[in-house]
Design a protein around this ligand. Structure first.
Ligand SMILES: *Cc1c(COP(=O)(O)O)cnc(C)c1O
Length: 307
């Protein structure tokens, strides 16, 4: 199995400051970003009895694509359950869904099965799918599970090794969060082994209260939780905002392409940190997800043609 570790750290100029960027988008050409870190456990260890991987979530998410890549690398079948697959997704030519199918993923639209009986995706898997296949390996939505700790701690170790040979005295690591799994396990490592480094994050999927709850489900002790940075305005996940598109363009002009779902809000928070001038050294984690730009960018271009 390939061991996917040790990505480079670059830097870009942003609003007159130097920001370090951990290039986890370069982890592997087919399997990169934070999903590859969170799923590293499943590449590193042997699962002799497993032949099928089960997951669920959005058919356009990076999780689907990443699980398909993981399954392919391990020679497993991926069965991915979803609430609904929109016609435009089925007919798309690029993006996470199409690439997952190309990797051999079996994506099951639960709105089309007869034995669903109003069950949620998670309940359907627990009550119908898993009892029928005791050897299937089930990974919760977005890889939110304790297995993620191992790969995220490896990422933290790479950053802390780099930090100890740099001449920096303190470092803020920033990354935008969905489930918060990556951020909380990263910060846990730094609290334990590299106290001059601390993690700041922002809530992209729910609000700040939701994100704290997500942290607590993985680690109850709040002293391990990262600090959550808030934007002045509230943004809804997956919606398109002109200021998101603008900041994405501004960052991309510095020579590194970021993704369009999480990173725009992430960079807004970096701007805030720079304006507050409290954080002199910032390292932003590029968590991959670029495949999604194939569908997101045309949507932005249609909505804001003059931006
Ligand atoms: C999944 C994902 C996230 C969110 O990661 P969490 O560990 O769920 O917080 C952020 N950015 C990108 C690009 C992702 O694919």
């Amino acid at each position: 199995m390939p061991v996917l570790i040790n990505t480079p750290i670059d830097s870009i100029e942003y609003n007159g400051s130097r920001i370090f960027v951990k290039r986890d988008d370069l982890l592997h050409k087919e399997f990169s970003g934070n999903k590859a870190r969170k799923f590293a456990y499943f590449l590193k260890h042997d699962f002799p009895n497993v032949s099928r991987l089960i997951g669920y979530g959005s058919p356009v998410a990076n999780s689907l694509y990443s699980m398909s890549a993981l399954a392919k690398l391990n020679g497993w079948q991926l069965d991915f359950y979803t609430d609904h697959i929109a016609a435009q997704v089925l007919n798309s030519e690029k993006g996470n869904y199409v690439e997952a199918i190309a990797n051999g993923a079996n994506v099951i639209d639960l709105s089309l099965v007869d034995d669903r009986q109003n069950r949620s995706c998670g309940e359907y898997i627990e009550q119908v799918v898993l009892p029928a296949d005791k050897q299937a390996l089930f990974v919760p939505e977005g890889g939110r599970c304790l297995y993620a700790r191992e790969g995220v701690h490896q990422l933290a170790k790479e950053i802390s090794d780099w930090f100890s040979v740099s001449k920096l005295t303190a470092l803020t690591v920033f990354l935008p969060s969905g489930t918060g799994t990556t951020a909380v396990f990263l910060n846990e490592y730094f609290v334990l082994y590299a106290p001059d480094i601390s993690v700041k994050t922002c809530a992209c999927v729910g609000d700040e209260v939701y994100l704290s709850q997500q942290f607590s489900e993985l680690i109850t002790d709040v002293s391990f939780h990262p600090e959550i940075v808030k934007t002045d305005k509230k943004y809804h996940f997956g919606k398109l905002y002109r200021e998101f598109y603008q900041i994405w363009q501004k960052v991309s002009e510095q020579g590194i392409e970021f993704e369009l779902l999480y990173d725009p809000k992430g960079w807004m928070c970096v701007e805030k940190l720079l304006a507050d001038a409290a954080d002199t050294n910032i390292l932003y984690i590029h968590q991959g997800g670029l495949l999604g730009n194939a569908t997101m960018l045309p949507r932005y271009q249609r909505k804001y043609p003059t931006t």
